[in-house]
Ligand binder design. Structure first.
Ligand code: FAD
Ligand code: MG
Length: 668
């Protein structure tokens, strides 16, 4: 071994593999000794223990166990690679990036872990590390793109089970999968940073790091990341509805939110147990208010109620039980109003049995440090029997308030929108049916998940094309057969219309206003305009983001396969218009993309946890409302949706742990 190789090995061991050093040499040592010892030790031991059955079983068990552990140590002991300095090639441009772009910032054309055969690949940059981003990544193959993912959090968060983490039913770590592990499969690169801007002309994403000193903003650095293909999957933030005082509330979006909420609830219980706390203070500390009766608010209320009744009630002074209250304030007349009415009513009934107060038809006016002030609409009947709607202003004190009233675009999404004149939707970035960002002509930018919405196709604007293509005999009307062809053409072009194109015969009859047995242009126009009005955007759910990510990942994979690079590695300059081979490849890909089928959403169903059971509605009209089996179905569905075996196993262990020992009430 050369001295150079030795020194590299030492440095690697100390700096990169430091924490493992304590276990690894020991394992190596034991496995070698063990190999020698077992040869003479086994026959002797077997002879000695054969005298009794018990000892025989014990002996066999011990031998098998030892062999298993020894084998594990032997085979799990990873080879220590011998690396020379030549093996670890860090591209020069990664260490000393050149500067450029509008703001003359470093342009990170190479990452410090780039390999030489990567830099000639089209650069795929993904902004965000949530549902949309991860399901895109999971479809790609290694070697097709030079992939860089930018996100301030270095883990994927399984949001649907986040309410369970706020009360300790699940451990916070069980919901997180490191992004680097997910990226490893495709040899992608991760940058812990926040995207702050995009230069669409030069194809540069501006990012900002967290900085080395959180108290000193100047320690954060900005730089550009160049892209050939860009995926925007930055999710959303909470909707404020212009309400003042939200700084006194909690929002449940991140793992830190879940941890803070758990601490706050337990801390309030501890404070309420102190002899110095007055009865009024105790009541306020133990009042938990949820603003918003959607699935997140309802699931949090249910989880909180579970924790209070199953765990806190047992370990905290009994007197607190009478002081605890959980209140949901909902603006509509029912909670869970995206679910079928029967399900909402079932949950309301269940909550009223469990003393969770549901306050409906109420809009939060403003929030004070320990009080929510809201306006409640009520119908009263006067002395003459006439009904009037009145609005009363009420208030409820809280020790913890969760604000969960819908989503709004992030500041980054808003900035992107403001840079593209064609982006005219204030709530989300608009894409076409192939998830390409509207206003970017070369198909280089995609947006998906909570931050994006697919443009309504405005069918009326396409009436001439649709009608003329279908009217085969050119008589200016559509017969029943022509109408069916027209619909199937429309659905394949705009899959978003599919849900409105059911019961075709009824539709045909309904719009054949003059009862002529055919549809003319005016009748078709009426139908398309009615469908346009009914078409709503897809819901902001993990289910949508996941399906969009899968679609986009498959498409990017297919584009990479159809457009094989006509060049060899390292021929290609790293940046700029001179990257002609990559550009040529992308031009082929773009041509193929228009042939690629549009995104089609399949709604599989909706679920909500409502306290030791679940409710749900599924495609085909199947509903579930409570019962133990609903709980297990809910659990199975979320287990099957996990992104790794690791999180799946951890979650199963957490549920078992909670069942055996209850939730942990320590404030950590
Ligand atoms: P996200 O998953 O939110 O990911 C956004 C990512 O972008 C994050 O990694 C974030 O750090 C990163 N990011 C943000 N800004 C930037 C930036 N400027 N630069 C770089 N990175 C950035 N949906 C369901 O279908 N079923 C459920 O049961 C369900 N339950 C939910 C429960 C809770 C508590 C919450 C909060 C949401 C729930 N949802 C559920 C909704 C679901 O989580 C979202 O619809 C889904 O996460 C959207 O995926 P996304 O990829 O668009 O965004
Ligand atoms: Mg007619």
């Amino acid at each position: 071994m050369t001295p150079k190789a030795l020194s590299v090995r030492a440095v690697r061991s100390v700096t990169l593999r430091g924490p493992l050093l304590t276990t690894r040499p020991t394992a190596y040592f034991i496995s070698n000794v063990h190999k020698q010892q077992t040869r003479s030790f086994i026959p002797a031991m077997v002879a000695r223990v054969a005298s009794t059955n018990l000892l025989r079983y014990f002996g066999l068990g011990a031998v098998t166990g030892t062999a298993g552990v020894g084998g594990y140590m032997l085979f799990s002991d990873p080879d220590v690679e011998e690396l020379t300095l030549d093996d670890i090639k860090v591209p020069e441009l990664a260490l000393h990036p050149s500067k450029g772009g509008m703001k003359d910032l470093p342009i990170v054309t190479n990452n410090i872990d780039d390999t030489s055969d990567e830099i000639d690949k089209p650069r795929l940059v993904i902004i965000g590390g949530g549902w949309g981003a991860v399901s895109t990544l999971k479809q790609l193959n290694e070697g097709q793109y030079h992939i860089t993912l930018i996100s301030p959090t270095n883990y994927f968060l399984f949001t649907p089970l986040l309410p369970s983490a706020t009360v300790g039913t699940l451990d916070l770590r069980s919901l997180c999968e490191p992004i680097r592990k997910i990226l490893k499969r495709v040899a992608g690169h991760y940058l812990e940073a926040t995207a702050t801007d995009i230069d669409f002309d030069r194809k540069l994403v501006e990012v900002r790091t967290k900085g080395t000193d959180p108290t000193d903003p100047s320690s954060a650095k900005s730089f550009y990341v160049p892209y050939d293909k860009l995926v925007i999957a930055v999710g959303s933030t909470s909707q404020t509805h212009g309400v003042d005082g939200l700084e006194h509330t909690y929002q449940l979006k991140t793992i830190l939110d879940a941890r803070a909420m758990k601490r706050k609830v337990l801390d309030n219980f501890e404070k309420a147990s102190l002899p110095t706390t007055s009865p009024e203070e105790r009541k306020q500390l133990l009042s938990f208010v949820v603003c918003g009766g959607g699935p997140t608010g309802v699931e949090y209320a249910a989880e909180l109620f579970d924790m209070i009744s199953e765990d806190l009630g047992n370990v905290f002074p009994k007197v607190l039980r009478n002081e605890v209250s959980v209140t949901i304030i909902q603006s509509r007349d029912h909670i869970l109003n995206t679910f079928e009415a029967g399900i909402s009513k079932y949950v309301e009934k269940r909550f009223s049995r469990e003393h969770v107060n549901v306050v409906t038809n109420s809009r939060v006016q403003h929030i004070e440090p320990t009080k929510v002030i809201y306006d409640q609409k009520r119908v009263v009947v006067d002395d003459n029997g006439e009904k009037h709607e009145i609005t009363e202003t009420k208030e409820v004190e809280f020790g913890l308030c969760l604000w969960s009233t819908g989503i709004a675009p992030t500041t980054f999404s808003q900035l992107v929108r403001s840079k593209i004149p064609e982006q005219n939707n204030r709530r989300a970035l608009v894409t076409d049916e192939r998830l390409r960002l509207k206003g970017i002509s070369d198909s280089s930018v995609y947006a998906l998940g909570d931050c994006a919405t697919i443009d309504n196709p405005h069918l009326v604007e396409h009436i001439m094309d649709l009608f003329q293509e279908a009217d085969k005999d050119k008589d200016g009307t559509l017969t029943w057969n022509e109408f069916r062809d027209c619909v199937s053409n429309m659905v394949s072009r705009y899959p978003i219309t599919e849900n409105h194109m059911t019961k075709l015969k009824d539709l045909f009859d309904k719009y054949d206003i003059d009862r002529s047995g055919t549809l003319d242009m005016d009748e078709m126009r009426q139908m398309l305009s009615d469908i346009d009005k009914k078409m709503t955007s897809l819901p902001a759910t993990a289910q949508v983001a996941d399906q969009q990510g899968k679609y986009l990942g498959k498409k990017l994979k297919s584009l990479a396969m159809t457009a094989r690079p006509p060049y060899t590695a390292l021929d290609d300059p790293p940046l700029g218009p001179e990257r002609s081979p990559v550009r040529a490849t992308l031009a082929i890909a773009q041509a193929h993309e228009s042939q690629y089928p549009p995104f089609k959403y399949t709604h599989l169903g909706s679920l909500a946890y409502v306290g030791n059971t679940a409710v749900g509605e599924f495609s085909g009209g199947f509903k579930m409302m409570g019962g133990l089996w609903a709980l297990y179905l809910w659990r199975s569905i979320f287990l099957s949706e996990q992104v790794s075996l690791r999180t799946r196993s951890l979650i199963m262990l957490d549920w078992t742990k909670k069942w055996l020992f209850g939730r942990d009430v320590s404030i950590l």
